[in-house]
Design a binder for this molecule. Sequence first.
Ligand code: 8YV
Length: 321
Amino acid sequence: MVNSRRMLVVVARVLLPAGLDPLRDRFEVREGGFDATRDRVLEIAGGADAFVADPSVPVDAQLLEACGDGLRVVANFAVGYDNVDLDACKQRGVVVTNTPDVLTEATAELALALTLAAGRRMSDAERDLRAGRWRGWDPAAYRGIEIRGSTVGVVGMGRIGHRYARLAHVLGAEIVYAGPTAKPEVENEMGARRLELDGLLEAADIVSLHAPATAETRHLIGARELELIGADGVLVNTARGTLVDSDALAGALEAGTLGAAGLDVYEGEPEVPERLLAAPRCVLLPHIGSATVPSRDGMARAVADNVITVLEGREPPSRVV
Ligand code: 8YV
């Protein structure tokens, strides 16, 4: 008898209809749901031909084992893939994909929004107003920086870093950048200068992080680096929480040795360190860098395209390994 089993796609948590519908048209789909625990994910993973993860779902040897030998692709619902053990996937011959490009604009724009919000002390100002602490126009209160005339330091001049640099440059900033490779096209386009990280932190009034989370970038920004950014400087992080030592950051904000911070990502999400919640001159968002309609729908579609192509024996549009 011919085996007519429909292939199984396991979605660890949730996927938007833009990605779910085309998958359901072709395959059996099993979803863990928004609050799926690790145990629940391991339980539903069995028999998966494709596994859809997101940054809150660690994909490690144990999970791959739970999926079983039929697993052909791990499709991450994100551009970042630090939650996926690439070596373990490679060892089992499992393809890993991500969702680049479709979220470049949304994330760069959010980094710009955080730059302005932190640089102009919007969180403190709004908090004071809502708490009834606004006692009238005060020429000395909430004074911040202007992007025009500032030096903006982009750490990681990839797709998102480049788009953010363009936006800041259009607003009149001078651009410096740090990263493993020189980007002559960006240097030609906007006169950007490549610096070593320390030089960038010293030169920049605003530092925005756009590097991936790796062992090398863990706590890239600690107490020493924050001091280099300085008491008037602004730090923005829309990349990954592990890039910044959050205790050191809270300390610098409390002591006034860092001007302001705008954060969208944290170590150990969805936990947010108490000290950061209480810190002054700090804008905190719940990891919404890619949260626009076109971006999230584009990401969901990209997940489906990656799964479908691999399960149909073709090369996926965005393969990591
Ligand atoms: C969110 C992101 O994690 O793509 C990434 O790497 O960090 C963000 O887009 C994503 O939206 C969660 O699925």
